[in-house]
Write a protein that binds this ligand. Structure first.
Ligand code: ADP
Ligand code: MG
Length: 462
């Protein structure tokens, strides 16, 4: 029997892939690493040879055992009672004990620690362009599992880690994946500050039942809700309360919730205990600091994406010196690309060292410059630095531009002229006008105040 299955293994897997429309990334992650281990008591035992963490085996078994069973039956005519995926370690252990003459395989098949229990999605962030390293493997696996089976196994998924380590990328990848697989799924991705603003907006239209209803309709009719950077909600009473109800309503309906934060719930001092217990129902996945190899791999990926050429020695220089934030690695790269294209020259080590001083000065805390502010603001609004400096007058660009004017003016000592130059050669009166406009708004509008505070924290997290 073992022979039959073994001989047809490749055929079984490719049939499975087609029949169940398994995507390449899922196939490579979960299916391809499966190997036949043994058959006993009409149970088929498989080992998983891929990179593995505490959730992999349990997930693969729960998600794919049945499809595999059906496929094997169709191709070989053999009906197994059960299909189990065990770790390579357990398999080795079993072999050892078998040779020693004593074994009961069932006892060793534990899955390890098992925790069951208006922005838009940016197509730029996918699983395909997310580099997996030791620091993010667990989070990536968890995110992929959720993307494949929204609402089924890990709900909520709570991703946490320091700034610039890939939380938003992973959330967006989940969104893109689901959207591709099933375009009818209603996915809502919001930053927590957008959520906050909507709650405040509602309170302002005081007791306006229609507005409240609209808000609830919007949030409670989605299939997947993703709230990014939830740490900004914490401590804001009304918002927290509203989120709590939204969470409960969706969770009760089996809708998938994905949350990101800079800390695990237990370290969020002002987080209501009610939340802690809710979040515990799902899966926590942290993203740590990338090691050197991972930083190099990510940098190379970005270089390739941007069609750029950069000497190995300079890549090493960047990856060695920028250690704790991928966003900064990308910022450094963007700076070199901009320089190279503007000056029409290749980047030498000398140029890199000079241009990247701001990124690579380990002992000096990062200087807040107008460039930095403009970069952070554009990233926040998902527009490019070029658009910020362009003549574009649409409100989706004008407002971020004015916010950048205000922040450059209040957070740095740069002259109005210098700020104007960076923002596409605008004159000083334009900068004053923009900055004043935002300042007035902050005074009278809670939304703007919140927004600007959030961006300030992004610019200067300390
Ligand atoms: P966070 O939300 O944790 O602050 P982001 O998801 O915004 O961080 O990531 C910052 C930048 O770094 C993004 O451009 C993202 O594409 C990139 N990045 C982070 N981790 C990876 C990774 N593992 N592979 C590819 N790019 C990554
Ligand atoms: Mg983020």
């Amino acid at each position: 029997m073992e022979e039959i299955v073994k001989n047809k293994w490749d055929e079984i897997l490719s049939y499975l892939k087609n029949e169940y429309a398994i995507t390449d990334v899922s196939y490579d992650s979960w299916i391809k690493p499966l190997e036949l281990f043994q058959i006993e008591d009409n149970k088929l035992y498989l080992t998983y040879s891929g990179d593995q963490n505490t959730m992999t085996l349990g997930y693969v078994t729960r998600k794919y055992a049945t499809p595999l069973k059906v496929t094997i039956a169709e191709i070989t005519g053999i009906q197994f009672d059960e299909i189990l995926v065990i770790s390579q370690e357990n398999a080795n252990q079993i072999n050892k004990e078998k040779n020693a003459g004593l074994i009961n395989i069932e006892e060793t098949t534990s899955y390890g620690e098992r925790k069951i229990g208006n922005s838009t999605i940016n197509p730029k962030f996918t699983f395909d362009n997310f580099v997996v390293g030791r620091n993010n493997r667990f989070a990536q696996t968890a995110a992929l599992a959720v993307a494949e089976s929204p609402g089924e196994f890990y709900n909520p998924l709570y991703i946490y880690g320091g700034p610039g380590l890939g939380k938003t990328h992973l959330m967006q990848a989940i969104g893109n994946y689901i959207e591709n697989q099933n375009p009818n799924t209603h996915i809502l991705y919001v930053t927590s500050e957008e959520f906050t603003n909507e709650v405040i907006e509602n309170m302002r239209t005081n007791n306006n039942a229609t507005a409240m209803q609209r808000f609830r309709d919007k949030y409670r009719t989605v299939d997947v809700l993703m709230v990014d950077d939830i740490q900004f909600i914490i401590g804001k009473e009304a918002t927290q309360e509203e989120f709590f109800h939204t969470f409960n309503a969706l969770h009760a309906m089996g809708k998938q919730i994905v949350i990101s934060s800079d800390k695990p719930p237990k370290d969020m001092e002002t987080l209501d205990d009610r939340f802690k217990s809710r979040f515990d129902m799902g899966l926590m996945a942290d993203i740590g600091y990338p090691d050197y190899e991972t930083r190099m791999a990510i940098l190379s990926k970005k270089i390739e994406e941007k069609n750029f050429n950069l000497d190995e020695s300079i890549r090493k220089y960047i990856a060695e010196n920028i250690q704790s934030n991928i966003r900064e690695i990308e910022g450094a790269l963007n700076k070199l690309i901009a320089f190279s294209r503007l000056e029409k020259i290749d980047i030498t080590m000398e140029i890199a060292e000079r241009e990247l001083q701001n990124f690579i000065s380990p002992n000096i805390s990062r200087e807040i410059t107008p460039q930095l502010i403009i970069e952070v603001v554009s990233e926040h609004f998902n527009i490019t630095v070029d658009q910020m400096a362009s003549k574009n007058r649409s409100s989706s660009v004008v407002r971020p531009r004015q916010i950048a004017m205000y922040l450059c003016n209040t957070m740095t000592d740069s002259s109005l002229q210098a700020i104007g130059l960076l923002l596409g050669g605008r004159d000083h009166s334009t900068i004053i006008h923009g900055a004043n406009k935002i300042e007035e708004e902050i005074d009278k509008d809670e939304n703007t105040k919140n927004l600007v505070e959030t961006i300030k924290k992004k610019i200067n997290p300390n």
